[in-house]
Design a protein around this ligand. Structure first.
Ligand SMILES: [Zn+2]
Length: 346
């Protein structure tokens, strides 16, 4: 979908997104009281040409949805990217699967603001979120990436990393505070989330999917038992809106209801998986012994259940392994280091 500055605003209106009206997020978000419809874009009646599309959460906060795979395939769910527009530049939280789709994201942002993209936070290091990062570099050669020291990123991106966050770092730009946090291994060994305390919005990155069954990723890098511990920590932050990296950006009411279901899903899966493991049930048999209840209706449950169990078994067996730090990964995380000076200007 080609996005120009002229059509970006119209797209906002047409997308069913939330329109801003005042400075307070709570007042700005128009609640849409629809039921959870799952993550399958085809089931919701979308076409490939409907993406990417943008939701405005507040005056300066947006989420863009892209389609992960072909509409007629079994990966027709959305991949999401958040961006924060400030008076001193734009911060992008996660990105899309390739240069073409990430270029569309860049053009959406250019259509909404003259501010440059200064920082990109890599909360999820799987290819469906970073393989297009060259688009940021092409458009804004001095863009600075922020990531976790364990993140698996290519050399071009690594050369532009200005900050590794191993625990906490608060980035303040144009008066907007963004608390970048690593709360433990979850979907990967390097998940970063971003909490905006002024609006109580949490970008949960790949620790949260809406209506899409949890996955350990194609590289099976997840740690489901630790992931649940991370979810409990996120739950205590006090966010009033928690945003998923995959699955539709539904209304806050729906997303917060799904968040509760998401935690319950993990608790059920892990308790049943642990019981089966402790009884000596073979992995293949265990996948047929789980009662996944209402979560059987979540998109890709049949695809992802087995590999989630595989990783639960690995954690219980002590074979999930520490993340293998590559030679290029700095030995000392530079958490808390000063950010480099801003050099991008429109
Ligand atoms: Zn992903």
């Amino acid at each position: 979908m080609r996005v120009s500055s002229a059509c970006a605003a119209a797209m906002l209106l047409a997308s069913g997104g939330w329109l801003a009206a005042s400075a307070q997020v709570h007042a700005q978000i128009r609640i849409q009281d629809h039921v959870v419809a799952g993550a399958d874009a085809a089931m919701r009646g979308f076409q490939e040409s409907d993406f990417p599309r943008v939701h405005r959460l507040a005056e300066n906060l947006y989420v863009a949805e892209d389609l992960a795979g072909p509409i007629d395939g079994n990966t027709a769910f959305t991949t999401n990217a958040m961006f924060v527009v400030t008076s001193d530049g734009v911060v992008v939280l996660d990105a899309f699967k390739d240069v073409a789709s990430t270029t569309k994201l860049v053009n959406i942002i250019k259509g909404l603001t003259t501010q440059p993209i200064r920082y990109v936070v890599i909360g999820a290091d799987h290819p469906d979120h970073i393989a297009g990062n060259q688009a940021f570099i092409t458009a804004f050669p001095n863009v600075v990436f922020i990531t976790h020291p364990n993140a698996r990123i290519n050399d071009a991106t690594r050369a532009r990393v200005g900050l590794y966050v191993a625990d906490n770092y608060t980035l303040t730009l144009g008066g907007v505070n963004m608390e970048i946090k690593f709360l433990g291994r979850a979907h990967t060994a390097s998940d970063l989330v971003v909490y905006l305390p002024q609006s109580k919005i949490l970008w949960a990155s790949e620790t949260f999917f809406n209506g899409l069954y949890p996955s350990p990723g194609g590289s099976r890098s997840a740690y489901p038992i630790e992931w649940l511990q991370v979810l409990h920590k996120l739950d205590k932050l006090g966010a009033t809106l928690i945003l998923p990296n995959h699955g539709f950006i539904d209304s806050p009411k729906v997303l917060m209801a799904v968040w509760e279901q998401w935690i319950a899903l993990f608790e059920s899966l892990i308790s049943q998986g642990t019981a089966l493991h402790n009884r000596g049930t073979a992995l293949d048999a265990a996948a047929y012994s789980i009662n996944i209840g209402r979560y059987q209706y979540w998109y890709r449950a049949a695809n992802n259940l087995h590999t989630m169990l595989l990783r639960i078994y690995a954690e219980l067996d002590g074979t999930a392994g520490p993340y293998v730090v590559t030679a290029r990964t700095p030995a000392v995380a530079m958490s808390g280091a000063a950010l480099p000076p801003a050099v991008n200007r429109p």
